[in-house]
Design a protein around this ligand. Structure first.
Ligand code: UDP
Length: 245
């Protein structure tokens, strides 16, 4: 099986970006990385790689450090943002390790040069890795303060010509109200970019939504904790997600 040919011919997508928040890696812990979660997430990614999908990933850093909280520590916002970007590098390395343990070749490419631990981000090299069937984890966000890893995911998705951005959240899509608090909340199967922007649904950083809209990259909001869901969406088997297009 080649990395470029999904076995399921019905699939609309071949190369996709998966955005994980740093908090997703925490599991039930208050901070840091939960190894069981890492294994579970890696197995989900493997199921898609095994079917020939090309997987790009961006992971956040909120489980370790957020620039916004740096003020409380007397640290400038910009310095805090660089610390947040470094946190994403740690998560990317942990994810790479977990993926490689189950036999998935993975490269970490960092927007900030840290050549002892990760390759520098070079667009054409990243595309080559994908073509060879490697998972590419884009670390250090956009490399610029005042941005988020959601925006980094949208930016890299556009640069890599991804056909879909998959935003992993705790719930399986966008709801009319918070489903954790309101039992009557219903999930939207589909939304337009315009409605997400106008109604300000708290799905993703709005800059990321705009970037996806302008580059015609649909966004799937789904739960990575529902086993098999990532592959189900990619192969069009069910619609337990919200598709923003
Ligand atoms: N960050 C940044 N520029 C970027 C991406 C991230 O400055 O392009 C910093 C920012 O401080 C942010 C932190 O890295 O708070 C962690 O990223 P994010 O909050 O997006 O992580 P997530 O919420 O997905 O865990």
């Amino acid at each position: 099986m080649t990395a470029t040919t999904p076995t399921n011919e019905k699939s609309r997508w071949r190369r996709v970006m998966v955005k994980l928040s740093g908090e997703a890696l925490m599991g039930k812990q208050p901070f840091g990385i939960d190894s069981d979660v890492l294994i579970m997430l890696s197995e989900e990614i493997r199921s898609a790689v095994d079917q020939g999908f090309q997987i790009c990933m961006v992971v956040g850093g909120g489980n370790i450090f957020r620039g916004m909280s740096s003020n409380k520590l007397g640290i400038d916002r910009t310095t805090g943002d660089y610390m947040g970007m470094l946190a994403t590098v740690m998560n990317a390395l942990a994810l790479q390790n977990a993926l490689e343990k189950i036999g998935i070749p993975t490269r970490v490419m960092s927007a900030l040069p840290i050549t002892a631990v990760a390759e520098n981000y070079i667009r054409r090299r990243a595309i080559r890795h994908l073509e060879k069937g490697r998972v590419v984890i884009f670390a250090a966000g956009t490399g610029n303060p005042y941005f988020t890893t959601d925006t980094a995911a949208a930016l890299r998705a556009a640069e890599m010509d991804c056909e879909l951005l998959m935003k992993a959240t705790k719930v399986d899509g966008v709801y009319s109200a918070d489903p954790m608090k309101d039992k009557t909340a219903t999930r939207y199967d589909a939304l337009t970019f315009t409605s997400v922007i106008e109604k300000n649904y708290q799905v993703m950083d709005i800059n990321a939504v705009v970037l996806c809209r302008d580059n015609h990259i649909p966004i799937s909001v789904f739960s990575m904790f529902d086993r098999g869901q990532l592959l189900n969406i990619l192969t069009g088997k069910n619609s337990n997600h919200t598709l923003i297009s």
